[in-house]
Ligand binder design. Structure first.
Ligand code: 0X9
Ligand code: ZN
Length: 428
């Protein structure tokens, strides 16, 4: 059995089950949500067939078994040819478990957001911090969402050294609306760096030697919708032909089309073309301007550290190096490191592949925790657990050359030697 097939891979998981937009729409319009079904595969390609069929939304994959929702709305939107193809590929593998109406019901109501950041609270906090630390922190809107909300980033760097010579990194969260915990880590990190600058030598070094861009909320329209209308919403909220919302993490150019859906009712709808979304364009423009050496995105959930490729099971050019760095970070948070397509699923159009391949940045994705929205009491422990790994990500960015992909190194300054990842965490 192929290695990528035998591991637990969730994270789209429960979300697809609960939030599947096609399912939700069908429930609202026709009072019927569809069936929860189980597939038992005999070969990995069947999982890809299931993922891309447009007939099902995958809830969870464990070993050779997948749980999925068969949505009447999604089925209606798919061409007869594709239905026939998917059914041929998946023939005889499906067992119906139950109707899903009852299980979706609790998630329709708007919830109390508890200790989590709303978009408004995030703006207020960033404004407060930039006012408090004017020498370290500047805020900048890197673009707007369809709903007119700023994609608000902060830029953090210390007073030492020439700014033009410092490598830049990007850390961002909440690209998927329901993954609330993923916006908390950027805030936790920011507060940690600000509070300890000038006190803790490790923090001071990192802040002085890097320009750190933090974008806690990459999909503000989606977050707002998730917090006020439908908690398990995943996509952005841009109007599309026949529906609403694009999965921004399927809308980037590299691998566009792989492991995503062309059905607007799907939670993993990729959009009509690469970079069709304002959020995608804002990220790409920022990368073109800032030429980040490394990027780290937070998602939830599954306790994974992921790196390219996501769109292809082949090894990327810097596979060994990507793996070493991923493993070193994973030692610090206890997560499972691996190449996306091998330990999770094949999915292209995501930030990490494009940032790595097109822009030559070391790109990592953390799948935080074990739930999209862990209880309030878990926010701090999850952030704390991940902080050392994130600090290592930052330290490693200070004195590193670019991966073999992407833009040339000509404009990449060389800085005095600092931490070497391998000195700190040698790999056996
Ligand atoms: O599928 C995703 O977009 C991410 N998982 S999630 O459950 N949070 O949706 C993982 C993205 C990993 N990277 C690539 N697929 N390239
Ligand atoms: Zn996500």
């Amino acid at each position: 059995m192929a290695s990528g097939f035998s591991r637990v891979s969730l994270s789209l998981g429960l979300g697809a089950f609960l939030a599947l937009s096609g399912v939700a729409a069908a429930a609202d319009e026709a009072g019927s949500t569809g069936k929860l079904v189980r597939f038992r595969f005999t070969e990995p390609a069947q999982l890809d067939a299931l993922n891309t069929s447009g007939l099902y939304e995958v809830v969870e994959v464990k070993g050779d078994t997948a749980i999925a929702i068969k949505s009447p709305a999604a089925s209606r939107a798919v061409s007869a040819k594709r239905v026939a193809l998917a059914e041929a590929n998946l023939l005889g593998l499906e067992t119906v478990l139950e109707d899903v109406d009852d299980q979706l019901a609790p998630f329709r109501a708007a919830g109390n957001v508890g200790a989590y950041h709303t978009y408004a609270k995030a703006l207020a906090e960033l404004a407060e911090l930039t006012a408090k630390y004017p020498n370290l922190l500047k805020s900048e809107s890197i673009g707007k969402s369809h709903g007119g909300r700023d994609l608000l980033a902060v830029r953090l760097t210390g007073s030492a050294g020439l700014e033009a010579e410092k490598p830049k990194v990007l850390i961002f969260g909440l690209m998927h609306a329901r993954e609330w915990i993923s916006a908390e880590l950027p805030f936790y990190l920011l507060r940690h760096l600000l509070a300890n600058y000038g006190k803790d030598p490790g923090v001071t070094k990192v802040v002085d030697n890097l320009v750190i861009y933090l974008l806690p909320i990459s999909n503000p329209d989606g977050l707002e919708y998730s917090q006020t209308n439908y908690k398990m919403w995943r996509k952005n909220r841009s109007p599309q032909q026949g529906g609403i919302g694009v999965d921004v993490n399927r809308n980037f150019p590299i691998g566009f089309g792989m492991g995503s859906s062309d059905n607007v009712g799907s939670d993993i709808y990729r959009g009509p073309s690469p970079k069709s979304e304002l959020e995608t364009r804002a990220f790409c423009s920022l990368f073109e301007r800032e030429k980040f050496i490394a990027s780290l995105s937070f998602h939830s959930y599954s306790e994974l550290i992921l790196y390219p490729w996501g769109y292809d099971r082949a090894l990327p050019p810097d596979s060994a190096e990507l793996t070493k760095r991923g493993q070193a970070m994973a030692k610090l948070n206890g997560y499972t490191p691996g190449q996306v397509s091998r330990i999770l699923y094949t999915a292209g159009g995501a930030t990490d592949d494009t940032f790595y391949k097109t822009y030559g940045a070391w790109s990592y994705t953390f799948e935080l925790g074990q739930q999209f929205v862990p209880p309030d009491s878990q926010i701090e422990p999850i952030c704390k657990q991940n902080l050392p790994a994130v600090m290592l990500f930052l330290k490693t960015a200070i004195d590193t050359s670019r991966p073999s992909t992407g833009i040339s190194l000509a404009d990449r300054p060389k800085i005095s030697n600092f931490f070497s990842l391998y000195d700190i965490y040698p790999l056996k």
